[in-house]
Write a protein that binds this ligand. Structure first.
Ligand SMILES: NC(=O)c1ccc[n+]([C@@H]2O[C@H](COP(=O)([O-])OP(=O)(O)OC[C@H]3O[C@@H](n4cnc5c(N)ncnc54)[C@H](OP(=O)(O)O)[C@@H]3O)[C@@H](O)[C@H]2O)c1
Length: 381
């Protein structure tokens, strides 16, 4: 079996609703894998591309298929693929809307998806597709911000257990987000202490994943509490994963001993509520606030002597080390239990028709959950 007609949730033009329709068969090319999709996870980016594609992904060709996260089983492999065989259960990062791919067949929101070998990992037999699907973009984004030299440049994580350095800690602001749930585990696997910032109801979640100290971001004295939690250790870096939190992250980095680096995955103001229609006024106001927000952060960082960087998570696989991350870290770490899929999936429906409601659920907000759609009825290969 190479490929067959199937269904996709199409974004037929910018700012349109998704519509489910037939998609052409696409055979996997060199280094590619064809996967029968069993579970899709939703990311904030999906809704932002749908409503603000002309701003955030101006290269996108329509009709497009959105979606970064999926788990399923391999149907066929392309030339040169040696790590996978038909029948393998895998999780993968779909690159359909990435500039370098820009290819509807590689978007996650469809029944049969083309994945790249470097962005795919086998999953252990006991791991449900719905659980595995929470990982790819969150894992890639966390690894990108934490370990690439242009961001925090931390020591790399190890699949073997590592001793925690007594003198260095990393701050993960947004530890209960999907990206944060991966970041806390990766930082611990790299041998640093983790100071986790989340709401108090998620302290236990962060501790289970490896955080050694937790601070509630609602606490007006949060910055002081972080400095106290750091104690005499050096702050090796700050990963900022919450909209509007970068100012506080910069302030903390400026106050603490260490390299004063903040890697930011989120924006100073939210872009998640852009309307599909009548956007002009919204764009004018929000994009102006966004530009002002970034300018304010740049000024604050300069004053505090802090180096900031903006993360594009999927770019991690263009790095020589990052291109082996799914193979050398994620796959063995999932198999050994050293890395766990987190947060828990919130399965809101089944079938491609459930995706718009799943995206709306994420827009309304989740706490330490990843919104997932199951695809049990995907067409047989
Ligand atoms: N640049 C990239 O490549 C890239 C890739 C993926 C994601 N992102 C961005 O990274 C961020 C996280 O994404 P996600 O999908 O992981 O988000 P998510 O899981 O949907 O985030 C929900 C969580 O946000 C937390 N939160 C809200 N405000 C917070 C604050 N001020 N401080 C700390 N935590 C706060 C909530 O924590 P509590 O429940 O504890 O209150 C909740 O658990 C988003 O801004 C997303 O757009 C960027």
């Amino acid at each position: 079996m190479t490929s067959a007609p199937h269904h996709a949730a199409w974004l037929r033009a910018a700012r349109q609703s998704l519509t489910v329709g037939e998609a052409p068969p696409t055979p996997p090319g060199p280094g590619q894998i064809l996967v029968r999709n069993r579970a899709i996870a939703i990311n904030p980016f999906d809704g932002i591309v749908q409503s603000l594609g002309s701003v955030v992904t101006p290269w996108l060709r329509y009709p497009a298929v959105l979606g970064s996260d999926l788990a399923g089983e391999v149907l066929a492999v392309g030339p040169g693929v040696s790590r996978f065989a038909p029948g393998d259960r895998v999780v993968g990062l779909a690159l359909g809307v990435e500039k370098a791919a820009n290819h509807a067949a590689e978007g996650a929101f469809q029944e049969h998806v083309i994945l790249r070998e470097a962005c795919t990992a086998r999953i252990p037999p006991g791991l449900a597709y719905e659980q595995a699907a929470v990982l790819p973009l969150a894992f890639a984004t966390a690894a990108c911000g934490l370990f690439l030299p242009r961001h925090l440049g931390l020591r790399r994580p190890s699949v073997a257990s590592v001793e925690q350095a007594a003198d260095q800690a990393v701050l993960v602001w947004g530890a209960s987000t999907s990206v944060g749930s991966c970041a806390v585990q990766l930082v611990a696997a790299a041998g640093y202490a983790v100071i986790a910032i989340c709401s108090a109801r998620q302290f236990e979640h962060a501790r289970r994943l490896g955080a050694s100290a937790c601070v509630d971001y609602h606490d007006p004295a949060a910055r002081e509490r972080i400095v106290d939690a750091l104690g005499r250790r050096e702050l090796a870096g700050v990963l900022c994963l919450a909209v509007g939190a970068a100012g506080a992250c910069i302030d903390v980095a400026a106050r603490c001993p260490g390299p004063r680096k903040v890697a930011m995955a989120s924006t100073p103001v939210s872009l998640a509520d852009a309307p599909l229609e009548g956007q002009f006024g919204w764009k004018l106001r929000r994009l102006a606030r966004l530009a002002l927000g970034f300018a304010g952060l740049a000024l604050r960082a300069r004053r505090g002597g802090v180096r900031t960087s903006a993360i594009w998570g999927s770019s991690v696989v263009q790095d020589p080390w990052g291109s082996r991350l799914f193979e050398d870290f994620l796959e063995p770490a999932l198999a050994s239990g050293r890395f766990r899929p987190a947060p828990q999936p919130l399965v809101v429906g089944s079938g491609l028709e459930a995706i718009p409601e799943a995206m709306a659920t994420l827009r309304r907000g989740v706490s330490a959950r990843k919104v997932v759609v199951a695809l049990p009825g995907a067409l047989p290969g």
